[in-house]
Design a protein around this ligand. Structure first.
Ligand code: GLN
Length: 283
């Protein structure tokens, strides 16, 4: 066990921080050996099999190319739940957990109908359904690979969601008359000019389609999704967005100009403008 621990810290210390190495080590032991941190500690003098050691070396090799540990292990945790992830979907972020928390608090003990636009791994509607047991949810995405992952995650977490292909930029979405209490979206919001400041593990591995928008029209998804919400949100429903911290005021103004009321901008745990909520009621 100690041999493996030393191997991990030795090969990762030039590339990763002490905290990152600690959490990666914990994840590797959990996944490869099925052991918790305490079990690792209690069994530290046990010998690891050659097969397990080879598996750990393969993981370290991929980490040395900055592949995210979540993709290597094929899973991650979000809002206390397990999610399958691969390169077709964005790795769920802690900011998005804060968005989910906001919605869960607003709709506690209610039975809202939810639509998530650009669902990716499905982390938003799945964690909402787990925490609002009377709710119903639908989720759209342009990527059929992402929808496949989201469907796996819905069954892994034992919730029912109606998944649909949709292409918001080209106005392709289900032409039904359904109305929702909650429309939520974490659309692509990183401008291409911000791409150069991002880490290799994001830009080389995560899906561009889920991340980037053109500098010339950074609010394109917000505008189009706000239009969808204008016709598909119930009068007392809410629209929720995750946003780029640089565009808080612009998103607020955009929503006001489209007739939304009670527009609230909220910061994330790092003090950055990260979420917006808006309603349609005129009061
Ligand atoms: N928060 C993500 C990041 O900075 C971006 C998510 C998104 O574009 N919706 O990597």
């Amino acid at each position: 066990m100690q041999v493996a621990k030393n191997l991990i810290s030795h090969s990762l210390s030039p590339l990763y921080s002490k905290e990152e190495i600690e959490s990666i080590t914990k994840l590797i032991f959990e996944k490869v050996l099925g052991l918790t941190r305490l079990q690792v500690y209690l069994n530290q003098h046990e010998i690891i099999s050659a097969a397990n050691l080879a598996q750990i070396k393969e993981i370290l090799n991929r980490l040395s190319h900055f592949e995210p540990i979540q993709y290597i292990l094929g899973e991650t945790e979000f809002y206390g739940l397990k999610f399958i992830v691969n390169q077709a979907v964005l790795i769920p972020r802690p900011e998005t957990e804060e968005l989910v928390e906001w919605i869960v608090n607003d709709f506690k003990n209610l039975s809202p109908k939810i639509l998530d636009i650009g669902t990716g791994s499905g982390c938003i509607p799945i964690s909402l359904l787990k925490n609002l047991p009377e709710a119903l949810a639908e989720a759209w995405d342009i990527s059929s690979e992402a929808l496949d992952v989201a469907k796996l995650n819905a069954s892994l977490n034992q919730v029912d969601i109606g998944f649909c292909y949709a292409d918001v930029l080209n106005s392709v979405f289900p032409e039904n008359q359904k109305l929702y209490d909650i429309i939520v979206s974490n659309p692509p919001y990183v401008t291409q000019s911000e791409q150069s400041q991002m880490l290799k593990n994001v830009t080389d591995y995560e899906p561009d389609m889920a991340l980037f928008i053109r500098d010339s029209d950074p609010l394109v998804f917000y505008r189009l999704i706000a239009d969808i919400a204008c016709s598909r949100l119930k009068t007392d429903g809410n629209l929720y967005f995750e946003i780029n911290e640089r565009f808080g005021n612009e998103v607020v103004e955009l929503l006001k100009s489209k007739g939304f009321s009670n527009v609230v901008l909220k910061k994330d745990i790092n003090g950055k403008d990260r979420m917006v909520k808006a309603g349609l009621k005129s009061s």
